[in-house]
Design a binder for this molecule. Structure first.
Ligand code: BES
Ligand code: MN
Ligand code: ZN
Length: 494
Protein backbone atom coordinates (compact mmCIF):
# COMPACT_ATOMS: atom_id res chain seq x y z
CA UNK A 1 0.00 0.00 0.00
CA UNK A 2 1.51 3.32 -1.11
CA UNK A 3 0.63 6.72 0.24
CA UNK A 4 0.80 10.18 -1.29
CA UNK A 5 -0.15 13.59 0.02
CA UNK A 6 -1.26 16.54 -2.12
CA UNK A 7 -2.68 19.98 -1.71
CA UNK A 8 -6.24 19.56 -2.98
CA UNK A 9 -9.41 21.56 -2.46
CA UNK A 10 -12.70 19.66 -2.44
CA UNK A 11 -13.29 20.86 -5.99
CA UNK A 12 -9.92 19.49 -7.10
CA UNK A 13 -10.49 16.22 -5.26
CA UNK A 14 -13.68 15.73 -7.25
CA UNK A 15 -11.77 15.79 -10.54
CA UNK A 16 -9.16 13.15 -9.65
CA UNK A 17 -9.85 9.62 -10.85
CA UNK A 18 -10.02 7.03 -8.06
CA UNK A 19 -12.11 4.00 -7.18
CA UNK A 20 -13.40 5.82 -4.15
CA UNK A 21 -13.31 9.31 -2.74
CA UNK A 22 -13.86 9.74 0.99
CA UNK A 23 -14.64 13.25 2.16
CA UNK A 24 -14.25 13.93 5.87
CA UNK A 25 -16.88 16.34 7.14
CA UNK A 26 -16.51 17.96 10.57
CA UNK A 27 -19.42 19.43 12.50
CA UNK A 28 -20.19 23.01 11.55
CA UNK A 29 -18.48 22.76 8.17
CA UNK A 30 -19.81 25.23 5.63
CA UNK A 31 -19.59 23.83 2.11
CA UNK A 32 -18.26 26.07 -0.65
CA UNK A 33 -19.75 26.55 -4.09
CA UNK A 34 -18.12 23.80 -6.17
CA UNK A 35 -20.14 20.81 -7.38
CA UNK A 36 -19.01 18.43 -4.67
CA UNK A 37 -19.71 20.96 -1.93
CA UNK A 38 -23.10 21.52 -3.51
CA UNK A 39 -23.93 17.81 -3.15
CA UNK A 40 -22.77 17.88 0.45
CA UNK A 41 -24.78 21.03 1.18
CA UNK A 42 -27.92 19.39 -0.20
CA UNK A 43 -27.42 16.24 1.85
CA UNK A 44 -26.82 18.26 5.01
CA UNK A 45 -29.83 20.47 4.37
CA UNK A 46 -32.11 17.48 3.80
CA UNK A 47 -30.70 15.81 6.94
CA UNK A 48 -29.76 12.81 4.83
CA UNK A 49 -26.28 13.25 6.18
CA UNK A 50 -25.01 14.73 9.42
CA UNK A 51 -21.43 15.30 10.47
CA UNK A 52 -21.92 13.03 13.50
CA UNK A 53 -18.98 10.75 14.30
CA UNK A 54 -18.75 7.90 11.79
CA UNK A 55 -22.02 8.67 10.01
CA UNK A 56 -21.71 7.79 6.32
CA UNK A 57 -23.48 8.73 3.11
CA UNK A 58 -22.67 6.74 -0.02
CA UNK A 59 -23.10 8.12 -3.54
CA UNK A 60 -22.44 6.16 -6.71
CA UNK A 61 -21.20 7.86 -9.87
CA UNK A 62 -22.14 11.22 -8.49
CA UNK A 63 -22.32 13.96 -11.12
CA UNK A 64 -19.10 15.93 -11.45
CA UNK A 65 -17.12 13.43 -9.39
CA UNK A 66 -14.45 11.37 -11.12
CA UNK A 67 -14.32 8.66 -8.46
CA UNK A 68 -16.86 5.87 -8.79
CA UNK A 69 -17.76 5.74 -5.12
CA UNK A 70 -18.16 8.91 -3.13
CA UNK A 71 -18.58 8.71 0.63
CA UNK A 72 -19.26 11.61 2.96
CA UNK A 73 -17.77 10.71 6.31
CA UNK A 74 -18.87 12.52 9.46
CA UNK A 75 -16.06 13.16 11.95
CA UNK A 76 -17.89 15.35 14.53
CA UNK A 77 -15.18 17.47 16.24
CA UNK A 78 -12.49 15.76 14.17
CA UNK A 79 -10.47 14.59 17.16
CA UNK A 80 -7.82 12.04 16.14
CA UNK A 81 -9.90 9.24 17.69
CA UNK A 82 -12.99 10.31 15.74
CA UNK A 83 -11.03 10.60 12.50
CA UNK A 84 -9.44 7.19 12.95
CA UNK A 85 -12.76 5.48 13.72
CA UNK A 86 -14.67 7.26 10.95
CA UNK A 87 -12.07 6.53 8.27
CA UNK A 88 -11.95 2.89 9.30
CA UNK A 89 -15.76 2.64 9.23
CA UNK A 90 -15.92 4.28 5.79
CA UNK A 91 -13.34 1.95 4.31
CA UNK A 92 -15.01 -1.12 5.83
CA UNK A 93 -18.29 0.00 4.25
CA UNK A 94 -16.56 -0.21 0.85
CA UNK A 95 -15.31 -3.73 1.44
CA UNK A 96 -17.35 -5.27 -1.37
CA UNK A 97 -16.14 -2.67 -3.88
CA UNK A 98 -12.51 -3.70 -3.21
CA UNK A 99 -11.11 -0.27 -4.06
CA UNK A 100 -7.54 -0.17 -5.36
CA UNK A 101 -7.09 3.58 -5.51
CA UNK A 102 -8.50 5.69 -2.77
CA UNK A 103 -8.61 9.42 -2.41
CA UNK A 104 -9.19 10.72 1.10
CA UNK A 105 -9.99 14.40 1.37
CA UNK A 106 -9.14 16.09 4.64
CA UNK A 107 -9.53 19.52 3.10
CA UNK A 108 -12.51 20.34 5.32
CA UNK A 109 -10.62 19.66 8.57
CA UNK A 110 -9.09 22.55 10.52
CA UNK A 111 -5.52 23.05 9.27
CA UNK A 112 -3.99 22.70 12.71
CA UNK A 113 -5.13 19.09 12.97
CA UNK A 114 -1.99 17.37 11.75
CA UNK A 115 -2.66 14.54 14.22
CA UNK A 116 -5.76 13.87 12.14
CA UNK A 117 -3.48 12.81 9.30
CA UNK A 118 -1.71 10.22 11.42
CA UNK A 119 -5.09 9.05 12.70
CA UNK A 120 -6.56 8.81 9.21
CA UNK A 121 -3.64 6.71 7.99
CA UNK A 122 -4.05 4.44 11.00
CA UNK A 123 -7.77 4.07 10.30
CA UNK A 124 -7.12 3.13 6.68
CA UNK A 125 -4.46 0.60 7.62
CA UNK A 126 -6.61 -0.91 10.35
CA UNK A 127 -9.63 -1.37 8.09
CA UNK A 128 -7.73 -2.76 5.13
CA UNK A 129 -5.30 -5.10 6.90
CA UNK A 130 -5.61 -8.77 6.02
CA UNK A 131 -3.42 -11.55 7.32
CA UNK A 132 -2.52 -13.87 4.46
CA UNK A 133 0.80 -15.52 5.31
CA UNK A 134 -0.62 -18.93 6.13
CA UNK A 135 -3.75 -18.50 3.97
CA UNK A 136 -2.45 -18.83 0.43
CA UNK A 137 -5.92 -18.52 -1.08
CA UNK A 138 -6.94 -15.47 0.91
CA UNK A 139 -7.70 -12.30 -0.98
CA UNK A 140 -4.96 -9.85 -0.19
CA UNK A 141 -5.67 -6.24 0.69
CA UNK A 142 -7.22 -4.53 -2.32
CA UNK A 143 -5.91 -1.03 -1.58
CA UNK A 144 -2.78 -0.20 -3.50
CA UNK A 145 -2.61 3.56 -3.53
CA UNK A 146 -4.00 6.05 -1.05
CA UNK A 147 -3.88 9.75 -1.83
CA UNK A 148 -4.53 12.23 0.93
CA UNK A 149 -5.88 15.58 -0.17
CA UNK A 150 -5.22 18.37 2.33
CA UNK A 151 -5.44 22.13 2.26
CA UNK A 152 -1.67 22.64 2.76
CA UNK A 153 0.49 19.61 1.93
CA UNK A 154 3.88 21.08 2.97
CA UNK A 155 2.48 21.92 6.42
CA UNK A 156 1.28 18.32 6.75
CA UNK A 157 4.38 16.60 5.36
CA UNK A 158 6.01 15.74 8.70
CA UNK A 159 2.80 14.28 10.15
CA UNK A 160 2.23 12.38 6.92
CA UNK A 161 5.70 10.80 7.08
CA UNK A 162 5.20 9.92 10.72
CA UNK A 163 1.86 8.29 9.91
CA UNK A 164 3.27 6.26 7.04
CA UNK A 165 6.21 5.07 9.16
CA UNK A 166 3.89 4.24 12.04
CA UNK A 167 1.62 2.17 9.82
CA UNK A 168 4.63 0.22 8.50
CA UNK A 169 5.76 -0.48 12.07
CA UNK A 170 2.32 -1.51 13.28
CA UNK A 171 1.84 -3.82 10.31
CA UNK A 172 5.17 -5.52 10.89
CA UNK A 173 4.23 -6.05 14.53
CA UNK A 174 0.84 -7.46 13.52
CA UNK A 175 2.36 -9.77 10.95
CA UNK A 176 4.76 -11.39 13.40
CA UNK A 177 2.20 -11.41 16.17
CA UNK A 178 -0.31 -13.21 13.97
CA UNK A 179 2.00 -15.87 12.62
CA UNK A 180 1.38 -19.25 14.23
CA UNK A 181 4.03 -20.65 16.55
CA UNK A 182 5.43 -22.96 13.88
CA UNK A 183 5.79 -20.04 11.48
CA UNK A 184 7.30 -17.71 14.05
CA UNK A 185 9.92 -19.72 15.88
CA UNK A 186 12.79 -17.97 17.68
CA UNK A 187 14.97 -18.79 14.66
CA UNK A 188 12.47 -17.23 12.25
CA UNK A 189 12.04 -14.20 14.48
CA UNK A 190 15.81 -13.70 14.48
CA UNK A 191 15.85 -14.00 10.69
CA UNK A 192 13.12 -11.39 10.48
CA UNK A 193 15.17 -9.05 12.68
CA UNK A 194 18.24 -9.63 10.48
CA UNK A 195 16.23 -9.00 7.32
CA UNK A 196 14.79 -5.81 8.82
CA UNK A 197 18.28 -4.64 9.76
CA UNK A 198 19.71 -5.44 6.31
CA UNK A 199 16.88 -3.70 4.50
CA UNK A 200 17.01 -0.52 6.57
CA UNK A 201 20.59 0.00 7.66
CA UNK A 202 20.22 -1.18 11.24
CA UNK A 203 22.57 -3.43 13.20
CA UNK A 204 21.46 -6.86 14.27
CA UNK A 205 23.25 -9.48 16.32
CA UNK A 206 21.81 -12.88 17.18
CA UNK A 207 23.05 -15.00 20.08
CA UNK A 208 22.39 -18.73 20.47
CA UNK A 209 22.37 -21.10 23.42
CA UNK A 210 26.18 -21.19 23.65
CA UNK A 211 26.42 -17.41 23.77
CA UNK A 212 23.79 -16.93 26.46
CA UNK A 213 25.28 -19.81 28.45
CA UNK A 214 28.58 -17.92 28.52
CA UNK A 215 26.76 -14.84 29.72
CA UNK A 216 25.17 -16.86 32.51
CA UNK A 217 21.55 -16.29 31.53
CA UNK A 218 20.39 -19.20 33.67
CA UNK A 219 16.75 -18.12 33.85
CA UNK A 220 16.35 -17.66 30.10
CA UNK A 221 18.10 -21.01 29.48
CA UNK A 222 15.80 -22.69 32.00
CA UNK A 223 12.66 -21.67 30.13
CA UNK A 224 14.09 -22.71 26.77
CA UNK A 225 15.25 -26.15 27.93
CA UNK A 226 11.82 -27.80 27.66
CA UNK A 227 11.63 -27.29 23.90
CA UNK A 228 13.35 -28.77 20.84
CA UNK A 229 13.28 -25.37 19.22
CA UNK A 230 16.59 -23.53 19.76
CA UNK A 231 16.49 -20.22 21.63
CA UNK A 232 17.64 -16.90 20.20
CA UNK A 233 18.65 -13.64 21.82
CA UNK A 234 18.28 -10.79 19.33
CA UNK A 235 19.94 -7.38 19.62
CA UNK A 236 18.93 -4.58 17.26
CA UNK A 237 20.68 -1.23 17.18
CA UNK A 238 19.85 2.07 15.62
CA UNK A 239 22.20 5.03 15.87
CA UNK A 240 20.72 8.41 15.03
CA UNK A 241 22.63 10.52 17.58
CA UNK A 242 26.31 10.83 18.55
CA UNK A 243 27.72 7.66 20.11
CA UNK A 244 28.23 9.53 23.37
CA UNK A 245 24.47 9.86 23.81
CA UNK A 246 22.99 7.14 26.03
CA UNK A 247 20.52 4.91 24.20
CA UNK A 248 17.00 3.93 25.12
CA UNK A 249 16.76 0.15 25.44
CA UNK A 250 13.55 -1.67 24.56
CA UNK A 251 13.19 -5.25 25.76
CA UNK A 252 10.48 -7.39 24.15
CA UNK A 253 9.19 -10.69 25.51
CA UNK A 254 9.61 -13.19 22.70
CA UNK A 255 7.91 -16.40 23.87
CA UNK A 256 6.86 -17.80 20.49
CA UNK A 257 4.51 -20.23 22.18
CA UNK A 258 3.56 -20.45 25.84
CA UNK A 259 2.03 -23.79 26.79
CA UNK A 260 2.75 -23.04 30.42
CA UNK A 261 5.39 -25.78 30.55
CA UNK A 262 4.94 -28.42 33.26
CA UNK A 263 2.48 -26.01 34.93
CA UNK A 264 0.52 -26.54 31.73
CA UNK A 265 -2.31 -24.25 30.69
CA UNK A 266 -5.88 -25.46 30.08
CA UNK A 267 -6.67 -26.33 26.44
CA UNK A 268 -9.35 -23.71 25.64
CA UNK A 269 -7.81 -20.69 23.91
CA UNK A 270 -4.32 -22.06 24.35
CA UNK A 271 -3.72 -21.24 20.67
CA UNK A 272 -3.72 -17.58 21.69
CA UNK A 273 -0.40 -18.15 23.38
CA UNK A 274 1.18 -17.85 19.95
CA UNK A 275 0.72 -14.14 20.65
CA UNK A 276 3.11 -14.37 23.60
CA UNK A 277 5.81 -12.77 21.45
CA UNK A 278 3.83 -9.59 20.79
CA UNK A 279 6.26 -7.63 22.98
CA UNK A 280 9.07 -8.78 20.70
CA UNK A 281 6.98 -8.01 17.62
CA UNK A 282 6.35 -4.49 18.91
CA UNK A 283 10.11 -3.98 19.21
CA UNK A 284 10.56 -5.07 15.58
CA UNK A 285 7.74 -2.73 14.60
CA UNK A 286 9.28 0.22 16.41
CA UNK A 287 12.60 -0.40 14.66
CA UNK A 288 10.78 -0.47 11.33
CA UNK A 289 9.23 2.94 12.03
CA UNK A 290 12.43 4.39 13.46
CA UNK A 291 14.41 3.20 10.44
CA UNK A 292 12.01 5.13 8.22
CA UNK A 293 11.98 8.33 10.28
CA UNK A 294 15.63 8.41 11.36
CA UNK A 295 15.09 10.39 14.59
CA UNK A 296 18.06 11.85 16.47
CA UNK A 297 18.18 9.15 19.14
CA UNK A 298 20.11 6.00 19.87
CA UNK A 299 18.04 2.88 20.32
CA UNK A 300 18.76 -0.71 21.31
CA UNK A 301 16.24 -3.52 21.04
CA UNK A 302 16.68 -6.74 23.01
CA UNK A 303 14.55 -9.81 22.34
CA UNK A 304 14.99 -12.99 24.34
CA UNK A 305 13.04 -15.60 22.38
CA UNK A 306 12.18 -19.23 23.03
CA UNK A 307 9.23 -21.58 23.46
CA UNK A 308 7.77 -22.60 26.82
CA UNK A 309 7.04 -26.33 26.46
CA UNK A 310 6.90 -29.33 28.79
CA UNK A 311 9.28 -32.02 27.50
CA UNK A 312 11.46 -34.36 29.54
CA UNK A 313 14.10 -31.69 29.93
CA UNK A 314 11.67 -29.04 31.05
CA UNK A 315 12.05 -27.13 34.30
CA UNK A 316 9.87 -28.41 37.14
CA UNK A 317 8.05 -26.49 39.85
CA UNK A 318 10.51 -26.07 42.70
CA UNK A 319 13.61 -25.95 40.50
CA UNK A 320 16.07 -23.22 41.42
CA UNK A 321 18.09 -21.46 38.73
CA UNK A 322 20.80 -18.82 38.80
CA UNK A 323 20.12 -15.68 36.79
CA UNK A 324 22.71 -13.56 34.99
CA UNK A 325 22.51 -11.10 37.89
CA UNK A 326 23.66 -13.81 40.29
CA UNK A 327 20.32 -13.91 42.10
CA UNK A 328 18.76 -17.35 42.38
CA UNK A 329 15.10 -17.92 41.52
CA UNK A 330 12.81 -20.69 42.70
CA UNK A 331 10.49 -21.52 39.83
CA UNK A 332 7.24 -22.29 41.62
CA UNK A 333 5.18 -22.03 38.46
CA UNK A 334 6.71 -22.74 35.05
CA UNK A 335 3.94 -20.69 33.44
CA UNK A 336 5.44 -17.53 34.90
CA UNK A 337 8.17 -17.80 32.26
CA UNK A 338 8.04 -14.29 30.81
CA UNK A 339 9.64 -12.74 33.85
CA UNK A 340 12.35 -15.41 33.75
CA UNK A 341 13.49 -14.56 30.24
CA UNK A 342 13.08 -10.82 30.84
CA UNK A 343 15.10 -10.71 34.04
CA UNK A 344 18.23 -11.86 32.21
CA UNK A 345 17.57 -9.48 29.33
CA UNK A 346 17.21 -6.60 31.85
CA UNK A 347 20.54 -7.51 33.43
CA UNK A 348 22.08 -7.61 29.95
CA UNK A 349 20.56 -4.18 29.18
CA UNK A 350 22.82 -2.56 31.80
CA UNK A 351 25.89 -2.91 29.62
CA UNK A 352 24.46 -0.31 27.23
CA UNK A 353 24.35 2.30 30.03
CA UNK A 354 20.88 3.31 28.85
CA UNK A 355 19.08 6.57 29.61
CA UNK A 356 15.95 4.43 30.06
CA UNK A 357 14.88 0.81 29.69
CA UNK A 358 11.34 -0.11 28.71
CA UNK A 359 10.27 -3.72 28.61
CA UNK A 360 7.15 -4.76 26.73
CA UNK A 361 5.54 -8.06 27.59
CA UNK A 362 2.33 -10.06 27.41
CA UNK A 363 3.17 -10.83 30.99
CA UNK A 364 0.09 -11.58 33.08
CA UNK A 365 -3.52 -12.65 32.79
CA UNK A 366 -3.99 -10.53 35.91
CA UNK A 367 -3.33 -7.40 33.88
CA UNK A 368 -6.17 -8.38 31.53
CA UNK A 369 -8.44 -8.64 34.58
CA UNK A 370 -7.26 -5.27 35.90
CA UNK A 371 -7.37 -3.15 32.73
CA UNK A 372 -9.09 -5.19 30.03
CA UNK A 373 -8.26 -4.54 26.39
CA UNK A 374 -8.35 -0.74 26.62
CA UNK A 375 -5.17 0.27 28.41
CA UNK A 376 -1.84 -1.47 28.80
CA UNK A 377 -0.40 -1.71 32.32
CA UNK A 378 2.41 0.78 32.96
CA UNK A 379 4.88 0.26 35.77
CA UNK A 380 7.87 2.52 36.35
CA UNK A 381 10.47 3.27 38.99
CA UNK A 382 10.75 6.85 37.74
CA UNK A 383 7.90 9.38 37.72
CA UNK A 384 9.18 11.39 34.77
CA UNK A 385 9.55 8.29 32.61
CA UNK A 386 6.08 7.12 33.63
CA UNK A 387 4.64 10.49 32.69
CA UNK A 388 6.40 10.53 29.31
CA UNK A 389 5.12 7.07 28.43
CA UNK A 390 1.63 7.88 29.66
CA UNK A 391 1.50 11.04 27.54
CA UNK A 392 2.93 9.26 24.51
CA UNK A 393 0.11 6.75 24.81
CA UNK A 394 -2.56 9.43 25.12
CA UNK A 395 -1.31 11.24 22.04
CA UNK A 396 -1.00 8.03 20.05
CA UNK A 397 -4.45 6.70 21.04
CA UNK A 398 -2.50 3.72 22.40
CA UNK A 399 -3.24 4.24 26.03
CA UNK A 400 -1.74 2.87 29.22
CA UNK A 401 -2.42 3.30 32.92
CA UNK A 402 0.12 3.51 35.69
CA UNK A 403 0.06 0.74 38.25
CA UNK A 404 1.75 0.72 41.68
CA UNK A 405 5.11 -0.73 42.69
CA UNK A 406 4.95 -0.57 46.50
CA UNK A 407 7.51 -2.84 48.07
CA UNK A 408 4.74 -4.46 50.11
CA UNK A 409 3.67 -6.20 46.92
CA UNK A 410 6.96 -8.11 46.86
CA UNK A 411 6.26 -9.92 50.15
CA UNK A 412 4.72 -12.91 48.40
CA UNK A 413 7.86 -13.49 46.32
CA UNK A 414 9.84 -14.54 49.40
CA UNK A 415 10.93 -18.16 49.60
CA UNK A 416 13.11 -20.36 51.83
CA UNK A 417 14.93 -21.88 48.90
CA UNK A 418 16.23 -19.04 46.71
CA UNK A 419 16.69 -15.28 46.67
CA UNK A 420 13.26 -14.89 45.15
CA UNK A 421 10.34 -16.98 43.86
CA UNK A 422 8.94 -16.42 40.39
CA UNK A 423 5.34 -16.12 41.57
CA UNK A 424 3.39 -14.77 44.51
CA UNK A 425 -0.31 -15.46 45.07
CA UNK A 426 -3.11 -14.54 42.68
CA UNK A 427 -3.91 -11.11 44.18
CA UNK A 428 -2.26 -8.23 42.34
CA UNK A 429 -0.65 -10.64 39.90
CA UNK A 430 0.45 -8.02 37.40
CA UNK A 431 2.07 -5.99 40.17
CA UNK A 432 3.93 -8.90 41.74
CA UNK A 433 5.26 -9.79 38.27
CA UNK A 434 6.52 -6.22 37.90
CA UNK A 435 8.05 -6.37 41.39
CA UNK A 436 9.93 -9.49 40.31
CA UNK A 437 11.35 -7.65 37.27
CA UNK A 438 12.25 -4.61 39.35
CA UNK A 439 14.77 -6.69 41.32
CA UNK A 440 16.88 -6.87 38.16
CA UNK A 441 17.02 -3.21 37.16
CA UNK A 442 18.70 -1.70 40.24
CA UNK A 443 19.11 2.01 39.60
CA UNK A 444 18.29 1.99 35.89
CA UNK A 445 15.41 4.23 34.86
CA UNK A 446 12.97 1.51 34.00
CA UNK A 447 9.40 1.02 32.86
CA UNK A 448 7.44 -2.13 32.14
CA UNK A 449 4.43 -2.28 29.84
CA UNK A 450 2.17 -5.27 30.44
CA UNK A 451 0.37 -5.67 27.10
CA UNK A 452 -1.38 -8.97 27.89
CA UNK A 453 -4.80 -7.34 27.34
CA UNK A 454 -3.96 -5.01 24.47
CA UNK A 455 -1.57 -6.85 22.14
CA UNK A 456 -4.23 -8.95 20.46
CA UNK A 457 -7.98 -9.34 20.16
CA UNK A 458 -9.85 -12.58 20.79
CA UNK A 459 -13.15 -13.75 19.31
CA UNK A 460 -14.49 -12.79 15.88
CA UNK A 461 -11.74 -10.18 15.34
CA UNK A 462 -8.97 -12.44 16.57
CA UNK A 463 -5.61 -10.98 15.71
CA UNK A 464 -2.65 -8.91 16.79
CA UNK A 465 -3.28 -5.18 17.24
CA UNK A 466 0.24 -3.87 16.73
CA UNK A 467 0.09 -2.19 20.13
CA UNK A 468 2.07 -0.52 21.68
CA UNK A 469 4.13 0.47 18.63
CA UNK A 470 2.36 3.84 18.40
CA UNK A 471 2.95 4.62 22.09
CA UNK A 472 6.62 3.67 21.91
CA UNK A 473 7.25 5.57 18.70
CA UNK A 474 5.75 8.76 20.14
CA UNK A 475 7.82 8.34 23.28
CA UNK A 476 11.02 7.87 21.26
CA UNK A 477 10.36 10.81 18.94
CA UNK A 478 9.92 13.00 22.01
CA UNK A 479 13.39 11.97 23.23
CA UNK A 480 15.14 13.76 20.39
CA UNK A 481 17.46 16.60 21.28
CA UNK A 482 16.42 19.85 19.60
CA UNK A 483 17.44 19.94 15.93
CA UNK A 484 21.02 21.21 15.50
CA UNK A 485 21.15 24.92 14.72
CA UNK A 486 21.78 25.65 11.04
CA UNK A 487 25.50 26.04 10.40
CA UNK A 488 26.84 29.59 10.32
CA UNK A 489 26.90 30.87 6.78
CA UNK A 490 30.34 30.66 5.19
CA UNK A 491 29.88 34.08 3.63
CA UNK A 492 30.22 35.59 7.10
CA UNK A 493 33.92 34.63 7.11
CA UNK A 494 34.72 36.37 3.87
N1 BES B 1 1.78 -15.29 28.66
C1 BES B 1 1.15 -15.44 29.89
C2 BES B 1 0.27 -14.25 30.26
C3 BES B 1 -1.05 -14.16 29.59
C4 BES B 1 -2.10 -14.98 29.95
C5 BES B 1 -1.28 -13.20 28.63
C6 BES B 1 -3.32 -14.85 29.34
C7 BES B 1 -2.51 -13.04 28.05
C8 BES B 1 -3.54 -13.88 28.39
C9 BES B 1 2.18 -15.59 30.99
O1 BES B 1 3.34 -16.25 30.65
C10 BES B 1 1.54 -16.39 32.06
O2 BES B 1 1.24 -17.52 31.82
N2 BES B 1 1.33 -15.79 33.24
C11 BES B 1 0.69 -16.44 34.31
C12 BES B 1 1.42 -16.07 35.57
C13 BES B 1 0.96 -16.86 36.77
C14 BES B 1 1.42 -18.28 36.62
C15 BES B 1 1.55 -16.24 37.99
C16 BES B 1 -0.76 -15.96 34.36
O3 BES B 1 -1.01 -14.78 34.14
O4 BES B 1 -1.63 -16.80 34.56
MN1 MN C 1 3.15 -18.34 30.87
ZN1 ZN D 1 3.85 -16.14 28.67
Amino acid sequence: MDFEIKTLSLAQAATLPADALLVLVPQGFTPGVDGLSELLAQALKAHDFEARASSLLHLYRAPGVAAKHLVFVGVAEATPAQVRAAVAAALRSLKAARPKQLLLSLAALPQSQTEGIVAALQGLAEASYVYTTTKPKAEARSLQLVRLGVSDAPACQAAFERGVALVAGIELAKEWGNRPGNHATPTLLAKAAKALADAHGLHCEVMDKGDVTKLGMGAFLAVAQGSQEPLRFITLRYQGAPKTQAPVVLVGKGITFDSGGISIKPAPEMDEMKFDMCGAASVLGVFRSVAALKPRINLIGLIPSCENLPDGHAIKPGDVVTTMSGQTVEILNTDAEGRLILCDALTYAKRFKPSAVVDIATLTGACVIALGAVRSGLFANDDALAQELYQAGEQALDRCWRMPLDDDYAEGLKTHFADVANVAGRPGGSVTAAKFLQRFVDDLKWAHLDIAGTAWKSGADKGATGRPVALLLNYLLAQQAPAPAPRARKSAKK
